[in-house]
Design a protein around this ligand. Structure first.
Ligand SMILES: Cc1ncc(COP(=O)(O)O)c(C=O)c1O
Length: 423
């Protein structure tokens, strides 16, 4: 893709917006307002995506059908509830580069992570370690530590953390691969974020999967910050599983139901241990209420419960917008927008801040993580009071993301101006 030659004036931002073929998607989302009633400068889609204007109608349809049909809505609602989750399957599969049989929308991220580890973390005395990135999102750390203990091992000897070199914030690909090469024989599971939540670094998931499998490790990814942010090719890259949430770049709404990928090679792995529930049971005979569990093939066989229909509606609305826009076009705009933000911040270079996200476009998504030398929390709060919404991560990082579905070049320009002023 050709990277535009950025210019410093606001005219450049206005001209870029005028020629942006995706600019009109902004109108499809609600923007929060400041106390004075102006639209916020919202750069927080890496934390909670905005509400698609069509979200309400889907949730209202579910409420309407519930009122109209009661329990019969499972079969007679406008979109019957029993197969409702499948309305999301094809679009989800396209977004993460999977076959439909490999994906399902269910539960929440951490719950899915545990379900996946119940099946795919099978430690032995020789091979019991889990490889994670240092400073992985706390929920992942708690989950892996508790799984290690659950199997009678000790995190102090069964957890390996990938660590950046001294003085660096991000991991080098070559270090990841050499660690896998060195330690792989004792690693049962490699579990990394596809995009690191703190730095915004994108991991080379294809190479990590290859390296892990060469050494006999199971490979899984937490795609909370990757799904809807960068194009993914999960089927071809070949990890064993992946999990993600849908309330960040996927705009499903707070606490929205999560996503899960299980590679096709495990679709009929009936002997794989799993924690079962009736919604994962063969749907042809589910309502015969028999005592024996026969899982459905593919990711659907890991479902536990019937899904919350009202929560699926907003996600469905958002996925429809994604299919119209197309993840490749979104990625091209995203690289350009984030590059523009970096360019403007470079113009304002100061010892008071540094961007810790990788500078290479292919090694980051929409997010830039800005390390603030002093008083970062106050700076972040002051910006928020002015309606400039990013978020603060202890101890020193301010995260912002220009999301290509609804952010503009002028948003980025105004952010850089406000950031400099508050700094
Ligand atoms: C990388 C990552 N993993 C896990 C979680 C936890 O997600 P959930 O609360 O949906 O389980 C989050 C939430 O922000 C996250 O960013």
């Amino acid at each position: 893709m050709t990277v535009p030659i950025y210019q410093i004036g606001e005219d450049f931002a206005a001209a870029m917006d005028a020629q942006d073929p995706l600019a009109h998607f902004r109108e499809r989302f609600f923007f929060p307002k400041t106390k004075t009633g102006n639209e916020c400068l919202y750069l927080c889609g890496h934390s909670l995506g905005l509400q698609p204007k069509t979200a309400r109608s889907y949730s209202e349809q579910a409420l309407h059908d519930w009122a109209e049909f009661g329990v019969e809505g499972h079969f007679h609602a406008k979109e019957p509830w029993v197969p409702y989750h499948r309305l999301l399957t094809r679009q989800t599969a396209v977004l993460v580069g999977a076959d439909p049989v490999e994906v399902v929308t269910m539960n929440s991220l951490t719950a899915n992570l545990h379900l996946m580890m119940a099946s795919f973390y099978r430690p032995t005395s020789q091979r019991h370690k889990i490889l994670v990135e240092r400073g992985a999102f706390p929920s992942d750390q708690y989950a892996v530590n508790s799984q290690i203990r659950f199997h009678g091992f000790d995190p102090s000897t069964s957890l390996i953390e990938l660590t950046p070199r001294d003085g660096e914030s991000c991991m080098r690909d070559v270090d990841v691969e050499s660690l896998i090469e060195r330690e792989g024989a004792s690693i049962a599971l490699i579990l990394l974020g596809g995009v690191n939540y703190a730095t915004g670094q994108v991991f080379d998931m294809a190479e990590i999967t290859k390296a892990g499998h060469r050494k006999g490790c199971v490979v899984g990814f937490d795609l909370a910050h990757a799904a809807g942010n960068i194009p993914l090719q999960l089927h071809d890259w070949g990890p064993d599983f992946a999990v993600w949430c849908t309330y960040k770049y996927l705009n499903g709404g707070p606490g929205c139901i999560g996503g899960c990928f299980v590679h096709e090679r495990h679709a009929r792995a009936w002997k794989l241990p799993r924690f079962a529930g009736w919604w994962g049971h063969d749907e042809e005979v589910r309502f015969q209420m028999g005592p024996e569990f026969h899982p459905m093939p593919g990711a659907e066989g890991w479902q536990l419960s019937n899904p919350p229909i009202m929560a699926l509606g907003p996600l469905r609305a958002s996925l429809e917008i994604f299919s119209e826009a197309g993840i490749e076009r979104l990625r091209a705009k995203s690289r350009s927008l984030t590059g523009y933000m970096e360019f403007l911040l470079d113009q304002k270079a100061s010892p008071k801040f540094s961007v810790i996200t990788p500078r290479e476009g292919h090694r980051r998504g929409a997010q830039l993580s800005i390390r603030l030398a002093h008083g970062g929390r106050k700076i972040c709060e002051k910006l928020a009071n002015e309606g400039v919404i990013g978020d603060w991560r202890e101890p020193d990082t301010f995260r912002v993301a220009a999301v290509p579905l609804y952010n503009s070049y002028q948003d980025v320009y105004r952010f850089a101006q406000r950031f400099e002023a508050v700094l």
